[in-house]
Design a protein around this ligand. Structure first.
Ligand code: SF4
Ligand code: SF4
Ligand code: SF4
Ligand code: FES
Length: 944
């Protein structure tokens, strides 16, 4: 095995319909007009020496190392900043050029600490490479005199060091921060000899605006910016391309290794979702994989207050089979069920639902998508015929006007946010619909044209008001609607939205959004060119989540913004494999490929293959499992890779339901909060320890490749397989590729997917089948999957969750960049440097009314429960609205959220809870009690 090398062409690729031919060192090459001489040479295999150029950022032309000679031109132009011209004759290697380049390198080296043998970048340093490339053998200027070699290091960032003594002021880091990441955290401070890279005035990296994405580290040609892990472990010697296991962007990475130790994660340039970029989580937050808290041996216990007893795998499987058998014998076949994980691979998820349907003999399978994007599945399937987003991420490069609604991509989907911000800096217009002033509303070089700060719970009213303006002001794309939609359904819908009660002026008070802003935003979206809508959980996690998804679809249909690049309806998925877990049949009413369990033809496919009769009755959804447990009819649960106690709403309901069960099996990396209620614990494996695939928010199926052996001895798919075998099922896969072959054989949208195809293409977006053998980047081109696009009437129905004198504020929840979901992984990394605890954002007026200052402990109370956390006083939230994250179990924000849910899918209404906030002296009695219980239930007796 060796390192997967990315070839650096020196300057970015140029798109042009015009091709230019030139001669370089006697060879002819043809490239798109506008390409640099450096890139043209690289494309024919000639590397011109360079330091300040790299193909991820625009050329800057500062180092003067890449000089070339061009026939008929005076001087020696820099090849990185000089574009090619038809008939140009270039020489990259002459005596004059050699002399000039050596001179440049002499100057650099005379001011560089010559500690190559002990430098962390030794062997991976472009300065070192260039000294070799130009044949530098001596430095005529000596090493005395004034230099930068004694400058102090900045080691404040938990993941990388900044050593200015090694800086060559090439500004690649500054450009990466600006162009790739879009944070603008770095500048070159000072002039001439005093110039140096600075993360802000008198600031270190940790206290600066830097979001630790690592783009600057990757761009740095020297050891000036270098990963601490490389300094500690040494240079990697082989790498494996795999996929990030955090969010739904699905970034591709090279896992760079020494032996079986991970040295660093480097975003893969050929990754089609991320194009060589990453965020702090994927690049740096992988330390949880070797954290001491990981449980590596199976454990059982008689009851949830007893200490855990380590057992062998075989004993654990036998115990589960006996308990589940006993429960089904005593309470009936439907008394057990399971929950699949959106963090696990497609293959693992497919196996869990197979085990439940064929082994348990019921359809009691559900997934964490229930609590996030189930309304997306239902809403988009109704409108377009497919339960998925319509575009690929590249599509954003052709967007002219973007609506971001109920999503905070800079925190939740950072790499997509960077791509979006790049397009916005190029001139695309932006409408943000969100109760909070998220970073997208205003950040360096970005300013939303409209921010509609709606009251939580009024999404449907706002989106319908936008539709009202589009219809009543004659902005509908009638040709698109006539060509691709049902005209009579459109007419009904148009009459509905045109009703004056849906006018912006009529809903201004209700929504809290000025009517003029709604009118302006609607006109901009309908007339601004290619319009794309991106949305997140701020849309779905409401009692009208599905209605809002359909209202968004209506808006795209009415304006003709579907079926081509630059447009579309794009759900930003939370977890890495939410799309995949839904595709793989994790819902109780659907087989893989979204086919209803009552559909005889589909059932027959699986019955034949699996050799057992299958139920045609939808099984229980997650909240109904808890209801049934409290009723005494549901007694056994297998939970793979999901911490339902921390992530699901109304914690009290969840824990009461779990406490009423007789055998709860938790399969996870750590003893999470749910494990406090478990009788069996099966250790899980990380994404680094297994093969498989994840499907990201663009329907892109990416390979996950094993880079080290599972620390617990078994990959998760093997655990499920052995458990299924212990239940008497014949399941004998030898590799996940065989599971994918079965998925392809049974699921039409995956018919063309195989590991060989993924190897060949890198990744594919489903549908991938006979009609689309290389996948489908953009859906619904020339017509909808369901035939005609469907307009749906979206009547606004206020949530039952109301503010009043007892609970006068509205709580909405979300996530933060450095943490992920319930924090089980990220809390076990140095990412806690940025977010050690959940905070309650509260507007200064609301804080003042309650006598609260920034940092005070506050009691947050709803009709469901209460918790205590610290206040952060900020005008990012509007008066009357408070906001918090749910990353820390000590806070348990979901103790507060209620049991209200989406009418169609039961997706919980996380985003609207009426609360009161009051001063507090510290953690509540409930929190103290909870901590004691958690500590008790984590006692482990070693195997005898
Ligand atoms: S880590 Fe990212 S955000 Fe921070 S300075 Fe580097 S490029 Fe900018
Ligand atoms: S820190 Fe690295 S990338 Fe930035 S200017 Fe210095 S040498 Fe160049
Ligand atoms: S954006 Fe998402 S997928 Fe990409 S590195 Fe960050 S967490 Fe991973
Ligand atoms: S690489 Fe062209 S001037 Fe530095």
């Amino acid at each position: 095995m060796s390192l997967v090398e990315d070839h650096d062409f020196g300057t970015p690729a140029v798109k042009s319909a015009v091709t230019v031919s030139l001669t370089i060192d006697g060879n002819t090459v043809s490239v798109p007009a506008g390409t640099s001489i450096m890139r043209a040479a690289a494309e024919m295999g000639t590397s011109v020496p360079k330091l300040c150029a790299t193909d991820s950022v625009k050329a800057f032309g500062s180092c003067r190392l890449c000089l070339v000679e061009v026939e008929g031109r005076a001087g020696t132009p820099a090849s990185c900043t000089t574009p090619v011209a038809e008939g140009m004759v270039v020489r990259t290697q002459t005596e004059r050029l050699k002399r000039l380049r050596k001179g440049v390198m002499e100057l650099y080296i005379s001011d560089h600490p010559l500690d190559c043998l002990t430098c962390g970048a030794n062997g991976d340093c472009e300065l070192q490479d260039m000294a070799g490339a130009v044949g530098l053998r001596e430095v005529r200027y000596g090493y005395e005199g004034e230099s930068h070699t004694k400058l102090e290091k900045d080691q404040s960032n938990p993941y990388f060091d900044y050593d200015p003594s090694k800086c060559i002021v090439c500004s690649r880091c500054v450009r990466a921060c600006e162009e790739t990441q879009g944070t603008f955290a770095l500048t070159i401070e000072g002039r001439g000899f005093d110039s140096r890279v600075s993360p802000g005035a008198h600031e270190d990296f940790l206290s600066s605006e830097c979001v630790s994405c690592g783009a600057c580290v990757q761009a740095c040609p020297t050891a000036t910016l270098i990963e601490k892990s490389v300094v500690e472990i040494g240079q990697p010697e082989h790498s494996v391309v795999t996929t990030c296991a955090y969010c739904g962007v699905g970034c591709s990475f090279k896992a760079e290794m020494r032996g079986d130790e991970l040295v660093r994660m480097v975003p893969w340039k050929d990754g089609k979702a991320n194009r060589g970029h990453s965020c702090v989580k994927g690049r740096f937050a992988w330390g949880y994989a070797t954290h001491k808290d990981r449980i590596l041996k199976p454990m059982i216990r008689a009851h949830i207050s007893a200490p855990w007893q380590e057992v062998t795998w075989d004993e654990a499987f036998a115990h589960v089979a006996a308990e589940f058998g006993r429960i089904q014998g005593q309470y009936g076949k439907d008394a057990i069920g399971g929950i699949t994980s959106s963090r696990c691979t497609n293959e693992e998820t497919y196996l869990v639902q197979k085990m439940i349907r064929a082994g348990f003999g019921n359809n009691n399978v559900d997934t964490c998508a229930r609590v996030c994007h189930s309304p997306t599945g239902y809403g988009l399937k109704t409108a377009f015929g497919t339960s998925a987003g319509t575009q690929d991420f590249d599509s954003v490069e052709e967007t002219d006007v973007v609506i971001v609604i109920g999503a905070n991509p800079t925190d939740g989907h950072p790499v997509f946010a960077s791509r979006l911000k790049k397009r916005l800096r190029q001139g695309a217009r932006l409408i943000v619909i969100d109760p909070r002033r998220t970073d997208l509303v205003k950040s360096p070089h970005i300013k939303a044209d409209y921010h509609l700060p709606l009251r939580p719970g009024t999404n449907v009213a706002v989106v319908t008001a936008l539709a009202h303006v589009i219809v009543t002001e004659g902005l509908v794309n009638e040709k698109f609607v006539r060509d691709f939609c049902d005209w009579s359904e459109f007419e009904d819908w148009a009459a509905f939205v045109a009703d004056p009660r849906h006018a912006p002026e009529a809903v201004e008070t209700l929504t809290g959004v000025p009517a003029a802003a709604m009118r302006g935003a609607a006109r901009l979206f309908a007339t601004g060119g290619n319009g794309a809508i991106y949305y997140g959980l701020g849309v779905t996690e409401h009692s009208q989540g599905t209605t809002t998804v359909m209202a968004i679809a209506n808006l795209a249909l009415a304006t003709g913004n579907l079926g081509r690049a630059g447009v579309g309806v794009n759900p930003l998925r939370g977890q890495n494999n939410v799309q995949g877990s839904c595709d793989m049949g994790s819902f109780p009413h659907e087989f893989p490929g979204y086919r209803h369990v009552s559909d005889d033809a589909t059932r027959e496919i699986f019955e034949k293959l699996w050799g057992v009769p299958l139920s045609n009755e939808p099984g229980l959804r997650i909240p109904n499992m808890f209801d049934a447990a409290l009723d005494g009819s549901f007694k056994g649960l297998y939970v793979q890779g999901e911490d339902i106690v921390q992530s699901d709403p109304d914690t009290h309901h969840v824990t009461s339901g779990l406490s009423a069960m007789e055998c709860v099996v938790v399969h996870d990396l750590f003893l999470n909060e749910t494990a406090n209620y478990a009788h069996v614990f099966l250790p899980g494996s990380t994404f680094l320890e297994k093969d498989g695939t994840f499907t990201n928010a663009e329907r892109r199926i990416n390979r996950v490749r094993k880079v080290m052996a599972p620390k617990n001895g078994l990959a998760d798919w093997e655990v499920t397989q052995k458990m299924a075998q212990s239940l008497g099922m014949a399941m004998n896969y030898t590799h996940p590729s065989e599971i994918m072959a079965e998925i392809a054989a049974t699921t039409p949208s995956f018919a063309g997917v195989s590991y060989a195809r993924l190897e060949e293409l890198g990744s594919v977006q489903w549908p991938c089948n006979e009609k689309a053998p290389t996948g489908t980047p953009i859906m619904h081109i020339g017509g909808f999957a369901r035939g005609k696009g469907k307009f749906v009437i979206t009547e606004y129905v206020p949530t039952d969750e109301k503010t009043g004198p007892r609970f006068p504020l509205l709580l909405t929840t979300g996530r933060i960049l450095s943490q992920y979901n319930v924090g089980a992984q990220t809390r076990r990394t140095a990412n806690t440097a940025w977010h050690p605890e959940d905070l309650l954002e509260i507007h200064p007026h609301d804080a003042e009314n309650r006598g609260l200052k920034d940092g005070d402990f506050v009691r947050l109370q709803s009709r469901a429960g209460e918790t205590t956390l610290r206040a952060h006083v900020t005008d990012r939230v509007a008066p009357g609205v408070v906001y918090t994250t749910f990353h820390h179990p000590e806070t348990q924000a979901n103790v507060i959220t209620t049991d209200y849910s989406d009418w169609a899918t039961n997706c919980p209404e996380y985003k609207v809870t009426a609360v009161q906030v009051a001063p507090s002296n510290g953690p509540s009695e409930w929190q103290e009690h909870y901590r004691e219980h958690a500590a008790r239930s984590r006692r482990i007796k070693a195997a005898e």
